[in-house]
Design a protein around this ligand. Structure first.
Ligand code: URA
Length: 442
């Protein structure tokens, strides 16, 4: 086969066979197909899409590019959750220990920051000592002994995604349903899960902004999951404003530590509990999602989830004293407040703009291999529907360089729209979907 022919076929909207997709993905992983050809093919996929058969073939090739973990000898239904990515989305850091503390094993494979969104691995690595490069033996051992692991896809697990994810991040090829579906599901399947909960984001800070696109992505993800025999539940959730208050690696860890110790950050805790309810239901620990939510609430309130988080951090080499006392984190060198230029109500937030502002402050990567600044990020004080006075702070930007922090602050200011009339805040969860149907929430 000739790569340029396959790129051209996709550019013209043709359907590639499983063999042709395998040739490209396998060649790329082995280094025979260079970045520029893979980038051109990915861009062609963004423009012309993929059939369900192509998306499934892509997922299979990606799974086969590495090893698949076998967790069948570990008791219990192993359940993971994946988010399609958002701004301030730190749910995994609360959710994985919470669900594990209720007795459902959670083998979690997470990603790095992608585009304007943060990544769970980058956030976790801001805890001193925390290791996410876990090999398969240790991964299995952590699921067996701690009941939870939060790892990155190493060279062993889905190397195709590791390489393609990094390339997509810097070539504007992230916002594409089949590429996202292949990337997400290959990691989950290789991670050895039995069942999966998906948080599909929609809104200005999501990769797929419109509701119809989010539903289509959820349908594609559920189709792949069920095709592999994994029970899959998806929620379509709001991403029109940051989730919680903090955006940026260390800031998000601090927010999670506070929630695990009893602080109620409303949207963050409510979404975490909803997803936990679904995981406990799929894990056979409750009869319904609602019953699972009640169990999860008890675990959060009683400190069981907090204790499990401490255990997880310690087991992966991190220093748990930073979770016990987040004031131990060194403060960012530079900080600046962003104030409203008029009084009124927050009418809208360009959430992608907030994500890019965090990136500009240093919380993400501009190109493959860049280091992230763990201290950089934003804390927002005002969300949609909140009243704001003239010159009142709406956010604080943190970072290590004045130039970067000033640039980020300018972007945060531009992301806020203040209006005269109060807007209703967006609904947090729009609907739940599984292989049998769709339940709309009011
Ligand atoms: N999350 C992933 O794991 N992959 C994507 O492509 C997008 C979000």
């Amino acid at each position: 086969m000739i790569p340029v022919e396959l790129i051209g076929k996709k550019r013209r909207g043709g359907e590639l066979s499983p063999d042709e997709i395998y040739y490209l993905v396998d060649g790329y992983v082995r280094g025979d197909i260079p970045d520029y050809q893979m980038a051109a093919w990915l861009m062609a996929v963004c423009f012309t899409g993929m059939t369900d058969a192509e998306t499934l073939a892509l997922t299979r090739c990606m799974v086969q590019s590495g090893r698949v973990v076998d967790l069948s000898d570990i008791p219990g239904v192993k359940v993971d959750k994946h988010s399609t990515g958002g701004v301030g989305d730190k749910v995994s850091i609360l959710l994985a220990p919470l669900v594990a503390s209720c007795g459902v094993p959670v083998p979690m494979i997470s990603g790095r920051g992608l585009g304007h969104t943060g990544g769970t691995l980058d956030k976790l690595e801001s805890i001193p000592g925390f290791r996410t490069d876990i090999d398969i033996e240790e991964y299995r051992e952590l699921v067996r002994t701690v009941g939870v692991v939060m790892a990155g896809q190493t060279g062993e697990l889905v190397p195709a995604d590791k390489k393609m994810y990094a390339l997509r991040d810097v070539t504007a090829t992230v916002e594409c349903i089949p590429l996202m579906a292949g990337s997400i599901m290959s990691k989950k399947i290789a991670g050895g899960v039995d069942a999966l909960v998906l948080d599909v984001k929609t809104g200005s800070g999501a990769f797929i902004r419109d509701r119809e696109g989010a539903v289509e992505l959820a349908r594609t993800l559920i189709g792949i999951g069920e095709g592999y025999g994994k029970r899959t539940i998806a929620f379509i959730t709001d991403m029109n404003q940051p989730l919680g208050r903090a955006v940026g690696n260390r800031l998000e860890i601090i927010e999670c530590a506070e929630c695990l110790r009893g602080r109620n950050i409303e949207d963050l805790c409510a979404l975490t509990l909803r997803l936990a309810g679904a995981m406990l239901f799929l894990g056979g620990k409750s009869d319904s999602v609602d019953a699972g939510i009640r169990t999860a609430k008890d675990a959060l309130r009683s400190g069981k989830a907090y204790q499990k988080c401490i255990e997880l951090v310690r087991a992966q080499g991190g220093d748990p004293s930073y979770i016990e006392d987040p004031t131990r984190f060194a403060p960012a060198r530079v900080r600046t407040e962003v104030c409203a230029g008029e009084s009124g109500y927050v009418a809208a937030i360009d959430n992608r703009g907030i994500g890019i502002a965090a990136l500009a402050a240093g919380a993400g990567r501009m190109k493959v291999g860049d280091a992230v600044d763990p201290a950089a990020g934003i804390v927002v004080y005002k969300k949609i529907g909140d009243a704001v006075g003239n010159r009142e702070p709406v956010a604080t930007v943190y970072g290590s360089s004045e130039t970067r922090v000033d640039d980020a602050a300018r972007r945060v200011r531009a992301a806020y729209t203040i209006g005269v009339d109060r807007q209703e805040p967006p609904r947090l969860v729009y609907c739940m979907m599984d292989a049998h149907g769709y339940t709309e929430y009011s």
